[in-house]
Design a protein around this ligand. Structure first.
Ligand code: AMP
Length: 304
């Protein structure tokens, strides 16, 4: 099954405690579709400006990412995001969110995308998410990802999105920002009351928490000593998780734990370099080996 991804394509300027890099390829849609493309065919909906290289779109197409839903606004520059990480890289601050072409993103979903069974709505204005949902024909599973900027400016549209989705992905800080609750279980249960049955809370180096109707699963992050830049970890996590879910037969609910582990592995690769530099040359065999290592790490012997 194909995965429909809606999200940003951006130039990122990143400040980590040890390095500064400008105008790197990034964006929630780009990271997520790239990570998902290792598992399934991807249909991407996004917008770029007049400065976005055509060659990147061709590279994406070669990887099975359908870019017929990527629009180009010839009158503006592409989205440019600037972020700075804290000393331990666990927190970050958005220094500038220059939406440029992304500000006018009201995408028409290509006809051939409209029957997509699994849909990942990555970072975008909740009105964009609503506009996309109106155009789809009965998707089986919709997951939305959000971030601080859209929580702050999204107003009433955010709860309207929540009422129409199956799963919500967000990080700890965002869960607290929306619910006002410090305790993540309480925050998760409150979010479930707003609509999504499944809540996935990303906790950076501490892994991820999946809360379902009668189930809760916590997985650690895959320990990588090679942390260079956490940008895109969340999107690669979501892309890996839902790309995998789109690739397996049967009910998505039955495969969520496995998908959570795949997302964790994809995020661990994304943070090992700036931009998509680790994801681009990544091979399926490396994903499989790391997944095996992750499984072995979690295989606890019973108490004798
Ligand atoms: P992540 O680190 O996975 O949470 O996502 C980082 C990516 O999100 C970066 O590549 C940014 O270009 C992109 N991004 C940052 N702010 C926004 C925003 N307000 N809307 C859409 N994408 C964004």
């Amino acid at each position: 099954m194909s995965l429909l991804v809606v999200g940003s394509m951006a130039f990122d300027s990143i400040l980590t405690p040890s390095e500064e890099r400008s105008l790197l390829l990034g964006g929630s849609g780009l990271y997520a579709s790239m990570a998902a493309s290792f598992f399934t065919s991807v249909r991407l909906v996004s917008i770029v400006g007049n400065d976005w290289p055509e060659s990147v779109l061709h590279d994406m197409q070669r990887r099975g990412i359908d870019t017929r839903g990527v629009y180009r606004d010839a009158t503006q520059k592409s989205f440019h995001w600037t972020g700075r990480y804290s000393a331990n890289m666990n927190e970050r601050e958005s220094l500038a969110t220059d939406l440029n072409a992304y500000a006018n993103f009201q995408p028409t979903i290509p006809e051939v995308y409209r029957d997509s069974p699994i849909v990942l709505l990555a970072h975008a204005h909740p009105d964009v998410h609503l506009h996309v949902l109106e155009q789809l024909r009965g998707p089986r599973w919709v997951v939305a990802d959000t971030m601080d900027h859209w929580i702050q400016v999204g107003g009433d549209s955010l709860p309207r999105v929540f009422s129409q989705i199956d799963a919500l992905i967000l990080n700890e800080g965002e869960a607290r920002l929306i619910t006002g609750k410090d305790d993540l279980f309480q925050a998760g249960r409150l979010l479930q009351q707003m609509g999504p049955k499944w809540i996935i809370v990303k906790k950076g180096e501490h892994g991820a928490l999946l809360l379902g109707p009668d189930v809760s699963v916590a997985l650690p992050a895959f320990p990588t000593e090679d942390l260079k830049d956490p940008t895109g970890a969340g999107d690669s996590f979501a892309g890996g998780m839902f790309g995998y879910l789109a690739s397996v037969a049967g009910t998505p609910e039955d495969h969520l734990k496995q998908a959570l582990a795949i997302g964790t592995v994809m995020a661990s690769f994304a943070v090992e370099s700036f931009s998509l530099d680790r994801l681009v040359p990544l091979e399926k065999g490396e994903i499989e080996s790391r997944f095996q290592a992750f499984r072995q790490m979690l295989n606890l012997p019973g108490i004798p």
